[in-house]
Design a protein around this ligand. Structure first.
Ligand SMILES: Cc1cc2nc3c(=O)[nH]c(=O)nc-3n(C[C@H](O)[C@H](O)[C@H](O)COP(=O)(O)OP(=O)(O)OC[C@H]3O[C@@H](n4cnc5c(N)ncnc54)[C@H](O)[C@@H]3O)c2cc1C
Length: 431
């Protein structure tokens, strides 16, 4: 007996004007599937949401029908044809219905939840790599993906994310979620996973997701993989590739359980193009009294800097032990970065010496960067540092030791004293 495949159909029950969808339309859906129903099980649910379109809030009821069909090519083809017919039919009635159908009348069972990362409402661009991952998986095997935004005052961020072809943007907007406290965020994510029946929960690999996703996975007793660079469908499951041991091993793994949490390497998934159509917005109610209060936000110390974040910048200039103090770091590394419109980074040697802050560290225990151009100034090229720059497109090394290991990975090398070379470079760039 062939395995069965679960298809999902979501249909609106009401249109913009509040009028119910005529019974004959729903009847046609059921009739159209009738031949399949003989051999399969199916169930229906009514789900409710508040959708937003053209600035109007719209309370909508959808009927969700799950159909289990034998997984044979004829059924898959039938379902695709049927879906197209229904889209045309409903599209005649109402634009919103058409939009909902386009997004929701989907086959396949994967429901991906992308957790968006932001800094006080500013999108962390790596989130778009997680969206690209979701879009790729869905294009291959069917299903739908939704994007979850947590925070306070995140409406415009949600608006921005609504242009990336998600079936919905879910918004948990609450004062208590203003700062990314892992206990609270993990709680909400777990709640949304259950409500939306998500099967894959994805975020970009970052300090934020390292803190939050494993907690959420633990709350649901689900497995988690980090640093995924590929997901290959394997029947109803996946075979993943992930980076291990500072990038020196690529492991091919399967993850047990129906619900899986992943972080993906941003450099492995190119950002998707922005679409003009927008996804419906769904507000996620937050029960404040049920939020865990294991941690409390004491404050945040961040230097106001006009420079981009090293994980998002096209150019990163990093300094190593060759740089003797904080003033020199700012003058040489900061100066060169500014001349190139880039971000700054540092080796651990400088962090340990108290010259740079921990947030600048690039490497195995720091940030993973993937710029077009990485300039390593006075950095020897220890394996733990290289682990953070493997995805850089072009590496330039400036080092006084011609034998320094960094030259083995550098595309271009300058042998000499950083204190001499960097000011010369800045001078030339200014001209
Ligand atoms: C578990 C673990 C995790 C780690 N994680 C990280 C990590 O995330 N990131 C990280 O960076 N390190 C990490 N390290 C540390 C790592 O092993 C190295 O010690 C560190 O990267 C060395 O930093 P560096 O290259 O700046 O210093 P050094 O290795 O001391 O190299 C300094 C370089 O500067 C050159 N130099 C000196 N003076 C000049 C000059 N005037 N002009 C030009 N060149 C000059 C020297 O020739 C030398 O090559 C980790 C180590 C461990 C054990």
């Amino acid at each position: 007996m062939s395995a069965s495949r679960r298809y999902e159909i979501l249909l609106p029950l009401r249109f913009n004007d509040g009028q119910p969808v005529p019974e004959e339309f729903l009847g046609e859906v059921l009739e159209g599937l009738e031949h399949a129903f003989q051999a399969v099980s199916w169930e229906t649910q009514i789900i409710r949401g508040i959708w937003q379109k053209a600035g109007r809030s719209y309370r909508d009821e959808l009927i969700r029908i799950f159909v289990d069909l034998p997984d044979v090519p004829e059924n898959r083809e039938f379902f695709l044809r049927f879906r197209e017919r229904m889209k045309v039919k409903f599209g005649q009635l109402d634009n919103l219905a058409d939009e909902l159908l386009n997004r929701h009348f989907v086959s396949g069972t994967q429901r991906i939840l992308v957790v968006a990362e932001h800094d006080s409402g500013q999108l962390k661009l790596a989130t778009l790599s997680a969206v690209a991952f979701a879009a790729k998986v869905i294009a291959e095997i069917g299903g739908a993906y939704e994007i979850l935004v947590l925070g306070e005052g995140v409406a415009s961020l949600a608006q921005l994310l609504s242009h990336y072809a998600a079936s919905a943007v879910l918004i948990a907007d609450q004062a208590q979620l203003k700062n990314p406290l892992a206990d609270k965020y993990a709680h909400i994510i777990a709640q949304v996973v259950k409500q939306r029946e998500a099967t894959l929960i994805v975020a970009a690999a970052s300090t934020f997701s390292k803190d939050i996703l494993p907690r959420s996975a633990a709350l649901l007793d689900a497995g988690m993989l980090s640093d995924v660079i590929e997901a290959r469908p394997d029947g109803d499951d996946f075979i993943f590739k992930r980076v291990m041991f500072a990038g020196n091993v690529i492991a091919t793994v399967k993850l047990a359980g129906a619900v899986k949490f992943l972080t993906v390497r941003p450099a492995a998934f190119a950002h998707p193009a922005k679409a003009s159509a927008s996804s419906p917005m769904v507000s996620i109610p937050v029960e404040v009294e049920k939020l865990p209060a294991l941690s409390e936000w004491a404050g945040r110390e961040a230097k106001a800097s006009g420079r981009p974040d090293s994980t998002e910048a096209r150019v990163v200039v990093s300094g190593g032990r060759a740089i003797r103090n904080a003033e020199d770091f700012e003058r040489l590394i900061g100066g060169l970065a500014d001349a190139l419109g880039g971000a700054i980074g540092s080796s651990r040697a400088l962090v340990d010496a108290g010259i740079t802050s921990n947030s600048l560290q690039v490497g195995q225990t720091g940030k993973i960067v993937a710029p077009d151009l990485y300039i390593a100034v006075g950095i020897s090229g220890a394996i733990q540092h290289l682990a953070g720059i493997k995805d850089a497109k072009i590496i330039v090394a400036i080092n006084k030791d011609p034998e320094a290991p960094i030259f083995e990975v550098a595309d271009f090398g300058l042998t000499g004293d950083a204190y001499q070379i960097v000011p010369e470079l800045m001078e030339k760039l200014r001209k």
